[in-house]
Design a protein around this ligand. Structure first.
Ligand SMILES: Cc1cc2nc3c(=O)[nH]c(=O)nc-3n(C[C@H](O)[C@H](O)[C@H](O)COP(=O)(O)OP(=O)(O)OC[C@H]3O[C@@H](n4cnc5c(N)ncnc54)[C@H](O)[C@@H]3O)c2cc1C
Ligand SMILES: *[C@@H]1O[C@H](CO)[C@@H](O)[C@H](O)[C@H]1NC(C)=O
Ligand SMILES: *[C@@H]1O[C@H](CO)[C@@H](O)[C@H](O)[C@H]1NC(C)=O
Ligand SMILES: *[C@@H]1O[C@H](CO)[C@@H](O)[C@H](O)[C@H]1NC(C)=O
Ligand SMILES: *[C@@H]1O[C@H](CO)[C@@H](O)[C@H](O)[C@H]1NC(C)=O
Ligand SMILES: *[C@@H]1O[C@H](CO)[C@@H](O)[C@H](O)[C@H]1NC(C)=O
Length: 609
């Protein structure tokens, strides 16, 4: 780790970009009871977005209660510099170094992953997981949102209806080809964006196209994925250089904090409480009236005249509902919680993606060099200061999507199960070029194979998973972490798709000419379906997309927790607005939908819904 630490030290001295102050007019005073129109629990991706939009409404006052602080202050550089975000503190080992800006959750033993307990990254900071993520920004397909609308019985969530909210949240800046390698040029369709709306969230491309990814594109093309497809206009079929939430001015991380919160600063209607841990939602009868809060051991109450909006993420939004008396009756009673509303769906329907893949030694320079070699690290630093080079890119470049072709030999029963659950434009698999070693990603040290070679991966993620997990409570206290079961690979069709996708990555590698020697990991000897599945179970890594644990649906759906405006069924003045309300997990990377959901429900509230 020495060279990395050296590099961080250098960057620390030179960094001056941290937006490290919340101005006094936006500062909520912890420890003191207060009342607002809206109280938003969780200043994460969706939370800051809806809070900023509500504060724009004339007259309404809004408080944000966020358990963490500013990531620029509490984890400078590691959070701000895209190329470092992926390299550190996202390991799956429960022993991985912990960060102040992360909840450092561990799952329960995962039966589909050889009973491994996985460390699971979640942002604990303003920005939430948008302060921790790998910054890929793209959207699901037309059919994704049409399916969403169909499942909940409300056309207000169809692709045509939600596209305006994707656009409203974002501003697109074209790639800077004066700083990017000329052989990593980018195709995109500008109709996915409307910059005249001045969307707060910056979307662009890094000023670096991973050389490895230039070949991943070739490899994927060799198995039938067309290059240069657009990922923001409602189709996911073929490959593309992923657009990212990076600030085009300085190539630093863009999050809900640097975008929506930043834009709202100066508006004294919005107050931000940092290190404000929500312990319980307070009710009068079945009407939510406020939140019990703790800041460094000091308890206080923040009251809501209009609504409490829970945006604590897919693990803690259902947890907060449960400890406040809303959830499966038997679970609540077993923990001594009095039941306000029996909602069996709270904590159920957990959907998530996981990643696995194949590693080779390659004859191009990859990011594995950065971690080992001081000269490369110093060079990367020098380049970053000129907004160039590998540190501008969050670890990968080209991603691709496909429905598995007939030649992948999926069984008829698996194909039928997928076809019944997902629309025809919804891909089965995402492929990701990884500038590193795919072998369980226990911690950053996994990447340190110091033998002079460069390593690269082509990995696959199931983006139409049929397996479901759940979260539940271990006690009546918010302080006790929830019990997280991701449910990976518990549906037989997923196991079959995973093996087929693994074989596709092997074929994609064969279509490149940068490999040195035999397949490095897992190695060519691993060639039976059973051994491949075993390798996947042993090495899969989360892509950190949990969702669905307070799913949206009509009140006639016993598993539904919120209605199509995010209002919790059976109680008043309480909404949930974040990834937990997704009735489907869009294929690929979900942060775009977290911003969209918050934009849309902010509009619903303004419209009186
Ligand atoms: C390592 C990693 C990589 C990822 N990569 C990508 C990617 O490249 N592209 C992509 O699209 N998506 C990515 N994701 C997923 C994406 O970031 C999340 O889906 C999204 O940010 C979730 O938003 P949210 O609003 O639901 O929750 P969050 O953004 O997690 O917000 C929840 C907030 O609530 C706060 N909170 C929780 N409990 C309490 C409490 N009791 N009191 C007060 N505050 C509380 C938390 O601290 C947090 O700030 C990644 C995620 C991770 C962790
Ligand atoms: C693209 O350029 C890089 C150098 O920046 C080089 O290493 C790589 O081989 C090139 N890729 C292709 C596909 O030619
Ligand atoms: C699919 O089945 C055919 C016919 O049995 C076989 O030739 C081919 O190798 C199989 N493909 C894969 C990816 O297993
Ligand atoms: C699978 O479906 C195809 C076409 O729908 C059919 O020809 C084939 O016989 C089926 N295979 C099995 C094993 O049922
Ligand atoms: C993806 O694109 C290819 C090439 O245009 C096409 O043949 C295929 O049907 C498309 N797949 C889907 C699921 O739309
Ligand atoms: C659940 O609570 C029990 C009893 O307090 C404790 O021993 C256990 O470690 C907790 N489990 C988790 C996963 O936190």
């Amino acid at each position: 780790m020495h060279s990395l630490k050296y590099l961080l030290l250098g960057l620390h001295v030179l960094s001056s970009q941290a937006n490290s102050v919340i101005p006094i007019e936006n500062f909520g005073a912890p420890g003191i009871d207060a009342t607002y129109d809206y109280v938003v629990v969780g200043g994460g991706t969706s939370g800051l977005t809806i809070a900023a939009r509500l504060a724009e409404t004339s007259g309404a006052t809004v408080a944000v209660l966020e358990a963490g602080g500013l990531y620029e202050v509490e984890a400078p550089l590691l959070s701000v510099i895209p190329g470092l975000a992926a390299a550190v503190n996202t390991g799956t080992s429960p022993d991985d170094d912990s960060l102040l800006i992360d909840w450092n959750f561990d799952t329960v033993p995962q039966t589909g992953a050889n009973n491994r307990v996985l460390r699971y990254a979640r942002g604990k900071c303003l920005g939430g997981s948008s302060g921790r993520n790998f910054m890929v920004y793209h959207r699901g397909t037309k059919g994704t949102f049409d399916k969403w609308a169909e499942l909940i019985g409300d056309t207000a969530w169809s692709w045509a209806s939600v596209l305006p909210f994707f656009k409203k949240s974002t501003t697109l800046t074209p790639p800077d080809m004066s700083k990017r390698q000329s052989n990593a040029s980018i195709f995109y369709d500008p109709v996915g964006f409307d910059n005249s709306l001045n969307g707060p969230l910056q979307v662009t491309w890094p000023n670096h196209g991973s050389p490895l990814s230039t070949y991943v594109e070739v490899g994927l093309a060799s198995i039938g994925l067309l290059p240069d497809t657009d990922l923001n206009t409602g189709t996911l079929n073929g490959s593309s250089w992923a657009s990212v939430t990076v600030n085009p001015k300085d190539q630093s991380r863009e999050s809900s904090e640097t975008s929506f919160l930043d834009q709202a600063l100066g508006n004294s209607k919005l107050k931000v409480y940092q290190h404000a841990f929500a312990k319980q939602i307070l009710f009068s009868g079945t009407t939510a009236t406020g939140v019990k809060v703790d800041t460094f051991g000091v308890g206080y109450t923040i009251k809501a005249k209009k609504e409490v909006i829970v945006s604590a993420g897919a693990f803690q939004s259902p947890q907060l509902l449960m400890v406040s008396g809303i959830g499966p009756q038997a679970t609540l009673q077993s923990k001594g919680i009095s039941v306000l509303k029996d909602l069996p769906g709270v904590g159920q329907n957990l959907m998530d993606h996981f990643l696995f893949g194949i590693t080779y030694r390659v004859n191009v320079v990859t990011a594995t060099r950065l971690l080992l070699d001081l000269v490369s690290a110093a060079d990367a630093l020098t380049q970053y200061l000129a907004q160039k080079g590998p540190l501008t890119a969050p670890g990968f470049g080209v991603i691709g999507y496909e429905k598995l072709p007939a030649s992948a030999n999926l069984s008829n029963s698996s194909r039928a199960a997928l076809d019944a659950a997902f629309p025809s434009d919804w891909p089965d698999v995402e492929y990701i070029g990884i500038d590193g070693i795919m072998n369980g990603w226990k911690n950053a040290d996994d990447q340190k194979v110091d033998d002079g070679y460069n390593y690269g991966g082509i990995s696959a993620a199931l983006v139409a998973p049929l397996s479901r997990g759940s979260i539940t409570i271990n006690s009546s206290k918010m302080e006790d972490p929830p019990l997280i079961d991701l449910g990976y690979l518990t549906h037989p069709a997923d196991a079959e798709v995973a093996v087929a996708a693994f074989k596709r990555t092997r074929q994609a590698w064969a279509g490149t000419d940068i490999t040195l020697g035999d397949e490095y990991l897992p190695g060519p000897a691993m060639d039976t379906d059973a051994s491949i599945l075993e390798y996947i179970r042993e090495t899969l890594v989360p892509v950190w997309h949990p969702s669905g644990t307070c799913k949206m649906g009509a009140s006639s759906d016993p598993e539904a927790v919120v209605d199509s405006n995010g209002r919790v069924h059976g109680v008043k003045n309480l909404r949930v607005v974040d990834a937990s309300i997704f009735p489907v997990l869009p294929p690929g990377h979900p942060q775009s939908a977290c911003y969209m959901v918050a934009e849309k429900i902010a509009q619903d509230i303004k419209d009186g819904n």
